[in-house]
Write a protein that binds this ligand. Structure first.
Ligand code: UD1
Length: 420
């Protein structure tokens, strides 16, 4: 099984381009099911999660795959070809975002059967809000032997007030509503950029959506949507991770191919910790000549500090002068990187939803184990700054969400390689 080996202590410097957003792509692949005709997505990252989504489409009977002629592009046939509206357990359990096909399948086929995603390492993560929204649109939803069985030959627009902010829940119900009769209003909708990306693409397909990016989204149903060609925007979490890599190594990294407006909360925290941050139209540069300072950070739905950047920021803060408090409010079990960071010499204790990080002058390289996608990114960052060698095992977690991470870091000067 692959491992990533890092010789820590080199300063990272230079420019790096981010890949397309994983989470936006996953929703856009699901959205392609709503269309009549072919959708082409460009700037798609080659990641395990994307492959899993393609396998789901294959299981549904929808031709979808990498375009042989265009670089980094997917070609997805519309949902007219769905032969079997069922997403099986073996695929859904690999990736919760597979559940995003439920809304489009229901809207297209009038019926859908999708495995319940179940728990995952970072918490229970129920789908009750997805189901609440689809039920409000008139679907009959039943849980049957670990599967969600939904039927609704005629979905009707309705008001849906989410009990909490859910990104994929908002996206799922938004997609179903595009083909429902009449108007749907989503209240307490998630405001994440990935919701806005999805709304933009659906609108180009012919949907009538207003308010994406606010907590109230109004969708007027239309009778059909058409396939489109779309460029996937840069991945804001990969961008934040690469900036954090520069800072933890006391380097100077410029990340290009992103919308800095989406990085505000991350950039604010990096600045507060003492990094020098400068913003351009589609790039951000961050430098840190010295140790960073301890800060307080609380994860929250967008525009708050993203939970998907929590492990990476914590890695940076383990080396700060002074103490930090990192509070996780989005997922209940997202501190699994803490015991691994401690093995590298970090001084972190967890008390409920908060981690207390007392900065240490240096980390020491150690063999560590990745437990989930973003935790593994945090461990790689720690390894970049640690003295000596760090080996990160269970790299498949990182391959779910970072495209060629070791190559990108190497291009900035890191001593990092993958061992088979
Ligand atoms: C998405 C992202 C993930 C990110 C997360 C929060 C994708 C593929 N994944 O996940 O990277 O960490 O947003 O920014 O886009 N919840 C419920 N009931 C529901 C739905 C969610 O209780 O029906 C809870 C979850 O358990 C969690 C919180 O709501 O505690 C937020 O989860 P949600 O925004 O739904 O995360 P995802 O959309 O699954």
């Amino acid at each position: 099984m692959d491992r990533i080996v890092i010789e820590g202590g080199t300063r990272l410097a230079g420019e790096v381009r981010v890949s397309g957003s994983k989470n936006s792509t996953l929703a856009l692949i699901a959205a392609a099911l709503l269309a009549d005709g072919t959708t082409i997505l460009r700037n798609v990252p080659r990641l395990r999660d994307i492959e899993t989504m393609l396998q789901i489409l294959e299981a549904l009977g929808v031709p979808a795959g990498w375009d042989p002629e265009l670089p980094s592009a997917l070609r997805i046939e519309g949902g007219a070809g769905v032969r079997n509206p069922e997403a099986p357990y073996d695929l859904v359990r690999k990736m919760r975002a597979s559940f995003l096909v439920l809304g489009p399948l229901l809207a297209r086929c009038g019926t859908a059967r999708v495995s319940e995603p179940g728990g995952c390492a970072i918490g229970v993560r129920p789908v009750d809000q997805h189901l609440k929204g689809l039920r409000a649109l008139g679907a009959k939803v039943r849980l049957d032997h670990g599967y969600v069985d939904a039927s609704g030959p005629r979905l009707r627009g309705a008001r849906v007030a989410f009990d909490l902010s859910t990104v994929n829940g908002t996206q799922n119900v938004m997609m179903a509503a595009t083909l429902a009769e009449g108007e749907t209003v989503l209240e307490n909708a998630a405001r994440e950029p990935e919701v806005v990306d999805l709304a933009r693409t659906l609108t180009r397909m012919g949907a009538d959506i207003r308010g994406a990016g606010t907590d109230r989204i109004a969708i007027r149903g239309v009778s059909r949507l058409a396939g489109v060609e779309e460029d996937v925007p840069g991945d804001r979490i990969e961008a934040g991770t690469l900036l954090a890599a520069g800072i933890i190594s006391r380097g100077d990294v410029r990340v290009v191919g992103i919308d800095p407006a989406q990085q505000k909360s991350v950039l604010q925290k990096l600045s507060e910790a003492g990094a020098e941050v400068s913003v351009e139209a589609d790039a951000v540069r961050a430098r840190a000549a010295d140790r960073v300072r301890g800060i307080r950070v609380v994860t929250a739905p967008y525009p708050g500090f993203p939970t998907d950047m929590q492990a990476q920021l914590m890695a940076v803060l383990t080396l700060a002068s002074g103490s930090s408090v990192v509070t996780e409010t989005v997922f209940e079990n997202r501190f699994m990187h803490v015991p691994e960071l401690r093995r590298m010499g970090a001084d972190v204790t967890v008390d409920g939803r908060s981690a207390h990080v007392r900065g240490v002058p240096a980390l020491s390289g150690a063999p560590v184990m990745a437990t989930d996608l973003r935790a593994s990114a945090g461990l790689i960052l720690a390894g970049l700054a640690a003295r000596g060698r760090t080996t990160v095992s269970r790299v498949y977690h990182i391959d779910r969400g970072y495209e060629r991470i070791e190559e990108k870091l190497r291009s900035l000067g890191a001593v990092i390689l993958r061992e088979g």
